[in-house]
Design a protein around this ligand. Sequence first.
Ligand code: SF4
Ligand SMILES: [Zn+2]
Length: 362
Amino acid sequence: MEIRELTKEIRDKSIEYAKPKELDSLSASWYQEDLLYSGKGKTIFLILPTPGCSWALGPSGGCTMCSYISDCYLKPIENSKIIELFEKELSKWDYKEDYENGDKIAIKLFASGSFLNPEEVPKEARDYVLKKLANMEEISEIVVESRPEYVKEEVLDEIFDIIGDKLFEISIGLETSNEETRLNKINKGFNNKTFEKAINLIKEYKSKHNIKSKAYIFVKPILLSEQEAITEAIETASYCEDLGVDRVSCCPATIHRGTLIERLWRRGSYNPPWIWSTIEVINTIRQNVKIPALMDTSGFGSRRGPYNCKKCNKELKHRIIDSNFDQSQIEYDCECKKEWMAEVKFSDLNKSKTPIKHLPLY
Ligand code: SF4
Ligand SMILES: [Zn+2]
């Protein structure tokens, strides 16, 4: 079975079995220390309620590792409701006091898809949110996420007309610079040219606006060995730097429910990366590129996330979080490192040389 059909089939099933959602439960927020463009500061992370990612809801079935759709409403949402929930989340945090004490404050708006796609975040709601943030002197950086095809001149013009000279970062899930992996293993549906077009447009806007770009790098897509996953992630960061991306953020795989990655994991054909691999990736990227490189640690040490051994999981997670602030190298040792080294060394040995046409599931 081909990847799209299979992803679509799994997605449809998970949507069919999903319990109806209460709209009020679909927004969320948290507030914590973070690395801003201006240095160490605080960020409000805010999830806006949306109908869901158009790519995942469309005929492609979406990306093989992502289940954001299961936290979405799946139906259109009134602008007034989006605004109400945005206000509710924003009012939870005491960023004003931190600002008065000299902290820099950023906000990251998550739309579980593309903030710049008006079918996911309608223009009226987007304008309201941006106007509100534009008028808040405490907020100096606004970060959103989007697929590259929605990074368009008219949208950027509309945004900068509202936010003026505040810093605006667009984070794009590039996942990998390897097109074969992106198209046929992640089912991402866009090629390098589309990504490059978006980054070039952002670069053009730099002459008149305070705009930045970030690329997410997905560490260990399905059907890659541990070694291949490490190599691809490292190469992707260099590709991003060469293109003029402002920073990269690595996201190691965790097993989301109702995804193709979960199906392969349940059948023993896939494991998230070792934490050692994520350290190898981030240390090497930081040696190779000059732009800031972050490593996400969500799910580290859990059954469905990157894993080493019980002795070192927690410690390494903390060391990675600390290193994100000062961009330092992570030096550490544990007995389990030998096992990881053997897996990395031998993981390609018994791999078939026949190119994968059909997924090894049926
Ligand atoms: S990774 Fe992004 S583009 Fe892919 S399905 Fe998830 S939200 Fe949509
Ligand atoms: Zn260990």
